[in-house]
Design a protein around this ligand. Structure first.
Ligand code: ST9
Ligand code: FAD
Length: 677
């Protein structure tokens, strides 16, 4: 079927997708505006996408997969420069766009059109610049920030070592102050102290933020951050006292040149210690400035907050691919003499996919809410108020853990939903998965971060026990002492309250367990370790309760003035989300609430009915994510649904197809087959 597009281009669209779009009963644009945070943002995003993508500069002539590792990296550097130039010269200076930061989700979106994997500048944008902004004094900021923003220097964040990633206090790299020369001497005393992992470190950057143990006047003051030049600005050669290189192939991020770095008594000026939170004076006196010692960890909190948005976007990409493909793909014959159904018509397929759409909404709204919380805590810190920081740390830790983990699991389900073709690199699902899978580990491992949240919850519980007030996200704990179990209420609010009881019940069980071990003679640390499986589960339950509550309340707020059909499809997705998790967690609900077997039957019926209600709008809902084909990069997920044509076109690009017979036939296979080998 031929369709005339607005831009005047005629494109052919798969007939099933045309029918799906005709079935959609809500205004797609309205949903896009809600997801973008308002119509103005959508207009701005589209303008930016047009400027950055319309001239085709982002496209590769040869698919990345066919390049050697070295060529892939070099191609990524070339495109990083085009990408960064567009942001710097064409976008940031444009009227109306100058307030957008480098890490705006809009710039983030277009990056995917340029890089199938990642840009070697990811850590420059995502970590180096934010650390300068967060850890420098005003004088240092004036010196370093313009240089970094203008790309006169390119940097990364070098914290993790071969021996330690999680346990930051255990890092071994030393920065020892020498008052004679007013310099710090950076040194890697052991193999396990070698820096390892930082993105862009291998070959790209010439500067970095290094996290090291600060020694002055013979005393260790713990980890601090330093700006360290590692390469000559002109020749790019490593400076004396620096050994630096690439760590080699990984499961993903292969264009990201993650690197190692070894210091041999490398000297940097005193002024290169980032001195917003602590200072070393010329004579070596150590002065603590910040009221909270963990403010040095600020960049990590920032990236954890940003990652929730990152997850919403990546899941939106995966489910756009899987839903469009499922509308085009026909398979099997459930009834004789009937045409093969679209696989999207199978209830099991809807079960796989509609929760992914709902989750992308849930994460988007949660991420917007978390970002607002983050900026308000930053404002508090600027006013020297630090009492909101622990809650932000607890929230960003558990949300980062659960969102990255759910997102990776659901992206894999999107791949399953695409059958064999989902396994093709050209579907882009494998690349999205390998990218997201790493987020569960970096910036704080899943278990480790949930245990941080658990620590906060245990303290909060003790406050509630003493009838002291607690902050808003844990205020539900005050109902935990209500004696009577309330009757089961299957409304959305009822389900949210039920999950808050689950979270409170799990925290209470942890407290009992810790106290039980303490009573039997264990000290607190041992009792804590013996309870960690339950503590992780309690932090997960708390996090999910926060997501349910936020998703539900934000849906109501954001659709308050929407057209009726938009309001109802958004509410349907939210209800679907709550029903899905109720069914996933029946064990918890049976244990901590008055849910009965009959209630489970009802939940299942309601869930399946909801799948049927959402079915006609499924393609419309993924269209509403409004992700351009260049960004999706997928043979299965393009807007036009020309799946088989695209698969064939991509296959023909394989270098193996350049010649009818490969030389290995004559060299190896033929002699082997003829028994001559
Ligand atoms: C292309 C276009 C541009 C796109 C840009 C897009 C941007 C978005 C995406 C960016 C992606 C960037 C790429 C990133 C790549 C990965 C980078 C890394 O992994 S880098 C490496 C990342 N590495 C990691 O993430 C390592 C993970 N490990 C850690 O974070 C820490 O070692 C720890 C938290 C586990 C423990 O720390 P430890 O010092 O042993 O502390 P204790 O346990 O003894 O707790 C003591 C007290 O401190 C409290 N507290 C703790 N932290 C904080 C905090 N942040 N705040 C406040 N408080 C905090 C804690 O609650 C407790 O309180 P209380 O109970 O006493 O009241
Ligand atoms: C793609 C990628 C990019 C990265 N980029 C950077 C970067 O730019 N800069 C940088 O500095 N680092 C970077 N990292 C490193 C990353 O931050 C660390 O790998 C991450 O924080 C996990 O730490 P680890 O490797 O030490 O894991 P470990 O802590 O060694 O984890 C191993 C296992 O031990 C468990 N474990 C550890 N501690 C505890 C505990 N206290 N209680 C219970 N279980 C525990 C974990 O749950 C995990 O199962 C990157 C990593 C990856 C994969």
């Amino acid at each position: 079927m031929k369709i005339k597009m607005l831009a005047g281009k005629t494109i052919e669209i798969n007939v099933d997708l045309v029918k799906e779009r005709a079935k959609c009963n809500f205004n797609i644009r309205e949903v896009t505006h809600i997801l973008d945070g308002g119509e103005k943002n959508t207009i701005q995003r589209k303008k930016i996408e047009d400027i950055s993508l319309n001239d085709g500069q982002s496209r590769d002539v040869i698919p990345e997969e066919y390049l050697s590792p070295k060529e892939r990296y070099e191609n990524a550097v070339k495109k990083s420069c085009i990408y960064a130039r567009i942001i710097k010269t064409e976008l940031m200076n444009m009227t109306g766009l100058e307030t957008l930061g480098f890490n705006s989700p809009v710039f983030r979106r277009i990056a995917d059109a340029y890089f199938k994997e990642v840009t070697p500048l990811l850590a420059h944008f995502g970590m180096f610049v934010p650390t300068i902004m967060g850890q420098c004094t005003p004088e240092q900021l004036a010196h370093w920030l313009p240089r970094a923003l203008n790309f006169e220097i390119v940097g990364t964040y070098v914290q993790t070592e071969l021996g330690h990633g999680t346990f930051i206090r255990g890092l071994e790299t030393t920065a020892t102050y020498d008052p004679q020369t007013e310099e710090f001497v950076l040194h890697s005393p052991t193999l396990s102290s070698y820096k390892w992992w930082a993105g862009g470190l291998g070959k790209t950057v010439n500067y970095c933020v290094v996290v090291a143990q600060l020694y002055t006047k013979g005393v260790c003051h713990g980890v601090h951050t330093f700006i360290v030049q590692i390469r000559d600005e002109e020749t790019h050669m490593p400076l004396p006292g620096i050994r630096v290189g690439d760590i080699g192939p990984k499961m993903g991020y292969n264009t990201g040149d993650n690197g190692f770095l070894v210091f041999n008594h490398h000297r940097i000026p005193r002024e290169n210690m980032m001195m917003k939170n602590a200072q070393v004076l010329k004579d070596g006196t150590y002065v603590k400035v910040a009221r909270h010692e963990k403010l040095t960890y600020g960049t990590m909190v920032y990236v954890r907050v940003m990652l929730v948005n990152e997850m919403a976007f990546n899941l939106a990409k995966a489910v756009t691919i899987a839903v469009r493909y499922s509308a085009v793909r026909r398979q099997s014959q459930p009834k004789p003499n009937q045409p093969e159904p679209q696989v999207l018509d199978y209830l099991t397929q809807q079960h796989k996919l509609f929760i992914c759409i709902a989750t992308a909404h849930a994460l988007q709204f949660t991420s917007d809410w978390l970002y607002k919380t983050f900026t308000s805590v930053l404002a508090d810190i600027r006013d020297d108020k630090i009492d909101t920081l622990p809650e932000l740390h607890a929230l960003s830790s558990c949300l980062k853990a659960i969102c990255t983990s759910d997102c990776a699991a659901f992206i894999e389900i999107c791949r399953f939903a695409c059958g064999g073709h989902g396994y093709m690199a050209s579907s882009n699902l494998s690349m999205i998965y390998s990218y997201v899978s790493a987020t569960r580990t970096y910036e704080g491992d899943y278990t480790v971060l949930l245990l941080q949240t658990a620590r906060f919850l245990v303290k909060a519980w003790e406050q509630v026990e003493k009838r002291r007030p607690v902050t808003s996200t844990i205020s539900y704990l005050s109902h935990a002492f209500d004696k009577l179990k309330k009757p089961w209420d299957g409304s959305n609010e009822g389900i949210i309250r039920a999950f808050q009881r689950v979270a409170a019940g799990k925290i209470s069980a942890c407290i009992n367990c810790i106290r039980y071990h303490q009573k039997s003679g264990k000290d607190f640390e041992d009792a804590w370790q013996l309870t960690t499986i339950q503590l992780v589960a309690a932090a997960e339950a708390h996090c999910r309760a926060v997501i349910y509550d936020t998703y539900y309340n934000e849906t109501i707020r954001l659709t308050a003035s929407s057209s009726p059909n938009v309001k109802s499809v958004m509410e349907q997705l939210c209800t679907l989300y709550l029903l899905y998790w109720s069914l996933e967690r029946t064990g918890d609900l049976l244990r901590f609430t008055s849910l009965s077997e009959k209630d489970i039957f009802d939940l299942q019926q309601r869930y399946e009915k909801m799948l049927a209600v959402i079915r006609p709008n499924a393609v419309g809902l993924v269209d509403a994510f409004d992700i351009r084909d260049e960004i999706l990069n997928s043979t299965l997920g393009a807007y036009d649904g020309r799946v088989y044509e695209r698969l064939m076109e991509e296959a023909l690009k394989s270098p193996l197809n350049a010649e009818p017979v490969n030389s290995s036939f004559h060299k190896h296979l033929k002699p082997f087959m003829q028994g001559k080998l």
